[in-house]
Design a protein around this ligand. Structure first.
Ligand SMILES: [Fe+2]
Ligand SMILES: [Fe+2]
Length: 455
């Protein structure tokens, strides 16, 4: 079943498009005018759901849909989700439509997804082929070899990847291999990653979660937890999240990781200690900055005297999730839409779109987490906003950015400066340069605290 998004505003259309795709697995067609929408319906006969605004470009389009439906059987009817500020009453045109539901513009993404959800099976319902010969990148998950060593013996088969469509089984189910075998692979063959079939990841995830919980409960943590282990967890969990969606098992792993990160941070984290252990590795930007970020964000929040457990959990979870959709390290490093436009030639069309919509997509993913403190999705959604309103996706000015959103943005700016390969990081210069930008509200307050943080 295909979907058409007929919405006038490009940014809203793109945000909703990405959310619909991530939740249903169906990439919707898009149209910004009634004419383009009618053309799209003519070009793509499989469109059965149209999402459009009311009033707006709808009237001509509505009449066209009514005339198409007149000649169609019930199963082929085009159903419409009407996005409106208020549910329209007594509209004679609407009464002739096959309406799937009304989505309130105030909660456009949530209400649209709720209406769509019952009509789609899960995005991950594609079955993994029985034969190993048919395995492709879509059927497997890439796991850090070091993490496989940690969890030990698995019943599942473990594969190496020769090409996007060729996998070879390294260990068979139930093979009596030991951690030495993995260690040999890591050392002799330099295989930093091994692969599991998507449909056989449960066992790994359960063992992995238990391993993390043992660390959470341990009296003292081994040396290599920060940053090596936390980075490996971030990389592998992001891969599993992108391949399997927000399953109950992945949620457990993410929550265990948050507890471990907070434990590794200690009661009063000092930035100088954190930075002492920092290794700037450009090739691992996504995981490295996502692991450094909670440490810095929590330190800033504590400096503002916001140090409750839920606050630290929110910032840590937001940091873990905020860039999980990226696989291109260079793309994740882009700071804003101006930089993206200047470096357009380096990325594909799909990547450009992925960048523009990633705050929405990752905040949508965060909403699927059960039993976590509220507002994590807001922090994630706002992580590319700027104090003067020049950010994206909403262009919010400082007074509309949530307090923890501000902490997160400032921490992210610090992390970007730390990862800047063009010049060494100097806190005094960072503060000086930000004085003209952090001029109001919590941004200004945080700037004051930065002076005292002694990096
Ligand atoms: Fe980021
Ligand atoms: Fe980002």
């Amino acid at each position: 079943m295909q979907i058409l998004l007929a919405l006038h505003h490009t940014e809203i259309r793109e945000m909703l498009g990405f959310s619909v795709e991530s939740r249903t697995g169906v990439k919707p067609f898009e149209a910004g005018t009634a004419k383009a929408a009618i053309q799209s319906l003519a070009d793509h006969g499989a469109i059965r759901i149209v999402i459009c605004e009311y009033p707006g470009i709808s009237d001509v389009l509505f009449r066209h849909i009514i005339s198409l439906n007149r000649t169609r059987e019930d199963k082929d009817q085009i159903r419409t989700i009407v996005c409106a500020a208020k549910k329209p009453e007594d509209d004679p045109v609407l009464q002739k439509m096959n309406i799937l539901g009304f989505a309130s513009t105030a909660k456009l993404i949530d209400s649209t997804l709720n209406l769509l959800f019952p009509h789609f099976t899960d995005v991950n319902s594609r079955t993994t082929p029985d034969s190993d010969k048919q395995l492709t990148d879509d059927d497997t998950c890439r796991i850090k070899t070091t993490l496989l060593i940690r969890v030990g013996l698995l019943q599942a088969g473990v594969y190496i990847r020769l090409s996007p469509t060729k996998y070879v089984k390294m260990f068979r189910e139930g093979d009596q291999f030991e951690s030495n075998d993995y260690q040999r692979i890591l050392n002799e063959k330099s295989l930093e990653h091994l692969f599991l079939r998507k449909d056989e990841c449960s066992e790994f995830l359960n063992k992995f979660k238990n391993d993390l919980l043992v660390l959470v409960q341990a009296e003292t943590l081994p040396e290599n937890v920060y940053p090596e282990l936390l980075e490996a967890i971030h990389e592998t969990t992001s891969e599993l999240l992108n391949k399997l969606g927000m399953t109950a098992e992945i949620q457990e792993v993410i929550k265990a990781n948050v507890s471990l990160t907070i434990k590794a941070m200690g009661k009063s984290p000092k930035l100088s200690d954190i930075l002492g252990k920092l290794e700037i590795d450009r090739d691992k930007y996504i995981s490295s900055h996502s692991v450094l970020l909670p440490q810095i964000a929590c330190t800033l929040a504590i400096a503002m005297d916001w140090k409750s457990e839920p606050t630290l959990q929110k910032l840590t979870l937001a940091a873990f999730m905020h860039d999980t959709v990226f696989t291109n390290q260079a793309l994740a490093k882009v700071d804003n839409l101006t930089e993206l436009a200047n470096r357009k030639a380096e990325f594909t069309e799909e990547e450009l779109k992925q960048y523009k919509t990633h705050p929405v997509k990752t905040s949508e993913l965060a909403k699927q987490l059960q039993e976590v403190p509220p507002d994590i999705d807001t922090i994630i959604l706002q992580h590319h906003e700027r104090p003067n309103g020049s950010g994206f996706p909403r262009g919010l000015a400082y007074q509309h950015i949530s307090p923890l959103g501000v902490v997160f943005i400032v921490a992210h700016d610090l992390v970007s400066a730390l990862f800047d390969q063009t010049r060494p990081f100097v806190l005094e210069r960072f503060i000086e340069e930000k004085k003209s930008e952090y001029v109001s509200g919590n941004f200004k307050k945080l700037l004051g605290h930065l002076v005292a943080l002694k990096l």
